[in-house]
Write a protein that binds this ligand. Structure first.
Ligand code: ATP
Ligand code: MG
Length: 180
């Protein structure tokens, strides 16, 4: 099993649909500063179900949607598809190729698909759970992430830990409820 291709559309700096083919072995992404290399890694984390905006280097989840540039209007949705080669049957599904899609609209609504069929995030997590990929199984160490954690203010460092533990969204909800 290996990652076969990644298609991004309206995700961060990738306004137009862009497909990257991946081969077995090590993949290197090269390019000038700010050209979108880290955005490629963010796209993989996002399509696999990442729920934390901070882990995707944004302030809120909507920041993953193409925000527009001087010459191009913002878009209303982000979409990422990750295609996995399953010829060895590592994923418990009867397909030699498995595509996972995540789509998000500015309204905050999200959609997930396995091979084009709508599903829940839970279905994706279950499909990947024994395969070694997925939210808890792979490790993405973002550029400058260790540095920024070490140099962060105590309250920001706490936010990193809370997000990793999955409690940040509950604290935000609580704060919102108290404000009302
Ligand atoms: P470096 O070599 O400095 O690490 P990089 O190739 O990793 O650079 P990224 O961090 O992937 O670069 O990309 C940053 C670019 O993505 C910035 O130009 C930023 O404006 C753009 N970007 C991020 N989010 C969005 C968005 N929602 N809409 C449009 N552009 C975005
Ligand atoms: Mg980078």
């Amino acid at each position: 099993m290996h990652l076969k291709s990644l298609t991004v559309k309206g995700f961060k700096s990738f306004a137009s649909a862009t497909t990257m083919r991946l081969e077995p072995g090590i993949t290197c992404v090269v390019g000038p500063n700010g050209s979108g290399k880290s955005n490629v890694v963010d796209a993989i984390a996002w399509v696999l179900g990442e729920q934390g905006a901070k882990a995707l280097r944004g302030g809120k989840m909507e920041d993953v949607i193409f925000a527009g540039t001087a010459g191009r209007a913002p878009l209303g949705r982000a979409e990422v598809t990750l295609t996995i080669d399953n010829t060895d049957g590592a994923l418990p599904i009867d397909y030699t190729e498995v595509s996972i899609t995540r789509r998000m609209f500015r309204s905050g609504e999200s959609e997930y698909e396995i091979n084009g069929n709508g599903c829940r995030l839970l279905d994706i997590q279950e499909l990947l759970s024994d395969s070694g990929i997925g939210r808890e199984m792979h490790i993405i160490v973002g550029q400058g992430r260790l540095d920024s954690m070490l140099h962060a203010k105590p309250e920001d460092r706490r936010a990193f830990i809370e997000e990793a533990a999955g409690v940040l969204k509950h604290r935000k909800r609580k704060e919102k409820a108290i404000r009302k």
